[in-house]
Write a protein that binds this ligand. Structure first.
Ligand code: BEZ
Length: 211
């Protein structure tokens, strides 16, 4: 049984073949954030819509210093034929590498195979990995439901904003919205916090600010 790397764990390193040549994750990452996702299989409709949407939004991920990396338990030959089909049928070029993982080595290391769902293909997993190769968030969807790529983009921006400013983000946060200041833990800090007129005080335990 494979384990799932959890939030705060190091993302497992690996070397595998991809549509852009052999790839060693730690070298390829090159100090950037990474969205590493799996899909069940090439030439399937939901996966095709996801790949098209990741490709369409690739410039927005790049603007966030974030690299995209896909994986399925398919060969590089299958990946190449699928990418050619997406380009010819939809006019969309997939600009990021797709990992071939026929021996399931990488899928096992990331806990991407959930036997209760399918023992032969990867589920729709997403790992957001920071520049120090630490897992910052993970999302799992079943085979039947395509992911919201705009939400993954929003999550990356939210994680980067939290990391850069030592804050938290509220539900449905969008870039430009106010963020949440960490709660105080002493009487003195609470009094100082309440006296800070630059903050929006919603409740004694909730203060907002702009970043
Ligand atoms: C799909 O991408 O359409 C798909 C893949 C595997 C199982 C079900 C749907």
């Amino acid at each position: 049984m494979s384990t799932i790397p959890r939030i705060g764990d190091p993302a497992p390193d690996f070397t595998a073949n991809s549509t852009q040549g052999p790839l060693t994750f730690s070298e390829w990452q090159n100090g950037k954030w990474v969205v590493f996702f799996s899909h069940p299989a090439d030439f399937t409709p939901v996966c095709t819509t996801e790949l098209a949407e990741f490709s369409r939004r690739a410039p927005a991920f790049e603007a966030l210093n974030t690299r995209l990396l896909g994986l399925s338990i398919d060969s590089v030959h299958s990946h190449l034929a699928w990418l050619e089909s997406i380009e010819s049928k939809m006019g969309i070029e997939v600009p990021f590498p797709m990992l071939a993982d026929i021996d399931t080595k990488v899928a096992q290391a990331y806990g991407m195979i959930h036997p209760g769902e399918s023992s032969t293909v990867t589920v729709r997993a997403v790992f957001v990995i920071d520049p120090s190769r630490t897992v910052r968030a993970l999302i799992y969807y079943p085979l039947s439901n395509g992911r919201n790529i705009d939400e993954i983009l929003r999550l990356v921006e939210s994680l980067q904003t939290a990391a850069a400013n030592g804050i938290a983000t509220p539900a449905n946060w969008r870039p430009g919205d106010k963020v949440i200041v960490p709660p105080t833990t002493t009487v003195a800090a609470r009094k100082a916090r309440l006296a800070d007129a630059t903050l929006e005080h919603v409740a004694p335990y909730m203060a907002l600010k702009s970043v």
